[in-house]
Design a protein around this ligand. Structure first.
Ligand code: IPM
Ligand code: MG
Length: 378
């Protein structure tokens, strides 16, 4: 059977054109939200799937208490966004149904529970769709273990790399499959800028640029080059180059890992290594994640929907700490650092008291018990 190569070439041509369009949009984008001058801030809350609605419920209760005064005065609205469930998405055959996306775009920031990503098929992950549609280019993930002298923050590129065409590859049956990785100048510049600006604003002196530029010569090569160009604008900050494989080893190397401060890296490497880092902190249930763009921002747990916990009837024992850390990041993002601090302090106090310990099993406390304890401390 002869293979129609032209049809695959035209598939690629369409992808290339769409990516060039995206570059142009990035180059001309001037939309920005200034929370300091905004009269009213709408926080959209999305439960998601699996353990999502259970953990998000606690985060909503905590947020309502922390922001009671602002909600009352109309400065803040907490708005429930319905319909981002796997059932509705499959029924509509859209990763984020049109009406749900429209409702989301009416909000300024989002607090989102995990959503199911079907494996295989062509349905894109809701996360990936939202990150793209809202142009949330910086995935910011702090990992902090004071007793091990670890204070890391990851700036993961969030809109391109291996993800942007992750569901647009092609396959020639019984022969081969192709996926694409895309790195753009504009896309790299903005994530590098975000990482170095963070470093500068927070007195950090070291940024690690993590790629596999020895193998992915074009895409990671560009990423590395542009990050180094941006680095040259920040004289007090040392930029170090690392490859992702040795960095994965470094994170578990107690002799050197404390020296790392800020990381900037392409999408997929950032995905993988932030799970590793979260595990060092105590598990993926403990790490928050921010998806930041110039206009919108979305805050979520770093983990997935935990379908096994639901199947085993353990949903009520899910750990809400990750989504609560995401809530703290949301509060800081909208300029309410004082509220975020109250939340951080209350969470530290629950840990220190040791009476409520969520383990994800029936031996531990429930998600609700954790929420009750936290609310009582706020
Ligand atoms: C994450 C998740 C997502 C990702 C999934 C759910 C699409 O693993 O936020 O790290 O791969 O980015
Ligand atoms: Mg991940």
């Amino acid at each position: 059977m002869s293979i129609n190569i032209e049809s695959y070439v035209s598939h690629f041509r369409a992808l290339l054109e769409a990516q060039l369009d995206r570059v142009e949009k990035m180059e001309n984008n001037a939309e920005r939200t200034d929370f300091a001058t905004k009269e009213k801030i709408v926080i959209g809350v999305i439960g998601g799937d699996g353990i999502g609605p259970i953990i998000v419920d606690e985060a909503r209760r905590v947020a309502s208490k922390l922001l009671a005064k602002e909600i009352e005065s109309g400065k803040i609205e907490i708005r429930e966004i319905e319909g981002l469930t796997i059932e509705n998405r499959l029924e509509k055959n859209q990763p984020v149904p049109t009406d749900v996306l429209a409702a989301i775009k009416e909000c300024d920031v989002l607090l989102k529970g995990p959503t199911t990503t079907p494996k295989g098929g062509t349905m894109e992950s809701a996360n990936v769709t939202l990150r793209r549609e809202l142009d949330l280019y910086a995935n910011v993930r702090p990992v902090c273990v004071p007793e091990k002298n670890i204070d890391w923050i990851f700036y993961r590129e969030n809109t391109e790399g291996e993800y942007v065409l992750g569901s647009k590859g092609f396959e020639i049956p019984d022969k081969l499959a192709f996926d694409f990785k895309v790195t753009t100048n504009a896309g790299t510049r903005r994530i590098a800028r975000a990482a170095f600006e963070y470093a500068k604003a927070n007195g950090k002196t070291n940024v690690s640029i993590v790629t596999k530029a020895n193998i992915m010569k074009k895409t990671d090569g560009k990423f590395s080059l542009i990050c180094n160009e941006i680095a040259s604008e920040y004289p007090g900050i040392t930029a170090e180059e690392w490859y992702i494989d040795i960095m994965a080893a470094n994170l578990v190397n107690e002799d050197i890992r404390s020296k790392f401060q800020v990381f900037v890296l392409p999408n997929l490497y950032g995905d993988i290594i932030t799970d590793e880092a979260a595990q060092i902190q105590g598990g993926v249930g403990t790490a928050g994640s921010a998806n930041i763009g110039d206009k919108y921002a979305m805050f979520e747990a770093i983990h997935g929907t935990a379908p096994r916990m639901i199947e085993e009837g353990l949903g009520d024992y899910a750990n809400p700490q990750s989504i609560l850390k995401a809530l703290a990041m949301l509060l800081r993002h909208i300029g309410m650092g004082d509220k975020a601090q109250i939340l951080d302090d209350a969470m530290a106090k629950v840990d220190a008291e040791g009476k409520v310990v969520v383990t994800g099993t029936k031996d531990g406390s429930t998600c609700r018990e954790y929420g009750d304890c936290l609310v009582s401390l706020i």
